[in-house]
Design a protein around this ligand. Structure first.
Ligand code: HEM
Length: 304
């Protein structure tokens, strides 16, 4: 087999024929340089000599990469919402939901780790735990769940702490969605649009009323209705991720305490009640079925 060498735009370029296909590469940018595969593939450093630890490491690392993408896309979606590019924001939110579905599915791979497999190396992990994932915490903050006390886990790491504090103080995805509603004429209280964003979001009757109006007459508010369903999907799948994590952990460690010190599965069960977009859920209870002819089942006036 011969390799033909030429120079294109000052860059050495190579060409060969393999199985009737022309294969090309050059010294400008290779696959491994672009994707930094040398660095990526040398980042799996087991702390034990137990064969099952590799699965544990790669599961966490791949999840961290997907969380990184989620953070990136959340930033893109917020920019699109600020610019009132609702259709574009929907596309981004769709991608985020698809990433979450993929992450949910990937728990099946970890479920092949039996309790015995895990116990062979668990002691080597000391106090390391996903609870200390700064990216996961940042994602919770960016979506709308602000819990300032959790930043202290990163007290000894200035860069991570600064990043989390910035995310804590910034408007979240939900804050940006509420600002969109306000710009579309809905009566969103001023203290929901501008507030101390480091504080947890308190649900508001006025916000719930706005969502109820949109969901009661979707035909009149289609772009906002459609956006709301995309936002709801993010929380729906995020909770499913939490559930699969909890169930996988239960399958692997039963009711043992976590390496991070918490009560373990009980702690993860409590997290299933956490919410990012509370009124988008509570509003659904107040909806009533339209009668034929457009009247409302409870005989009351349409809440729009
Ligand atoms: C056998 C595998 C796993 C076990 C036994 C396990 C166990 C636990 C436990 C017990 C906790 C509660 C905190 C603690 O006391 O440690 C926790 C939290 C957490 N784990 Fe896992 N985990 C596993 C895999 C994963 C994977 C693959 C990820 C992906 C990144 C992950 C991410 C997290 C996160 C983000 C938290 C914090 C959740 C919150 O604060 O709401 N875990 N894990």
């Amino acid at each position: 087999m011969t390799i033909k060498k030429t120079v294109e735009d000052g860059v050495e370029t190579f060409e060969a024929e393999i199985d009737g296909e022309v294969i090309q590469w050059d010294r400008g940018l290779s696959y491994s340089r672009h994707l930094q595969t040398d660095q990526l593939l040398s980042s799996q450093t087991p702390v034990s000599d137990k064969p099952d630890e590799m699965l544990f490491i790669i599961m966490h690392q791949t999840m961290e990469l997907w969380i990184k993408l989620m953070l990136h896309e959340a930033g893109v979606a917020m920019g699109q919402l600020r610019a009132d590019e609702l259709a574009q924001a929907e596309k981004t939110l769709d991608r985020m939901a698809t990433v979450l579905r993929h992450m949910i599915q990937s728990w099946e791979v970890l479920a092949t780790l039996s309790p015995h497999d895990f116990l062979t190396f668990r002691g080597f992990l000391r106090k390391a735990s996903g609870f200390q994932s700064h990216q996961y915490r940042e994602l919770e903050f960016r979506l709308g769940l602000k819990r300032a006390d959790l930043v202290l886990v990163h007290n000894d790491d200035a860069a991570k702490r600064a990043k989390l504090e910035e995310a804590l103080a910034a408007p979240s995805l939900y804050d940006e969605v509420l600002r969109v509603l306000a710009r579309h004429g809905f009566d969103i209280p001023g203290d929901k649009q501008e507030r101390d964003f480091t504080q947890g979001y308190e649900p508001s009757k006025a916000v719930e009323d706005a969502w109820l109006a949109i969901y009661t007459r979707p035909q009149d508010h289609w772009p906002l209705y459609s956006l709301a369903e995309k936002v709801t999907a993010i929380e729906y799948y995020f909770q499913e991720w939490r559930f699969k994590h909890m169930k996988t952990v239960s399958r692997v460690i039963g009711q043992k305490a976590g390496t991070g010190g918490s009560s373990g599965v009980n702690y993860l069960v409590k997290a299933l009640d956490l919410q990012f977009f509370p009124e988008l859920w509570s509003m659904r209870t107040r909806m009533s079925a339209p009668k034929e002819g457009g009247n409302y089942a409870d005989g009351g006036a349409c809440p729009v």
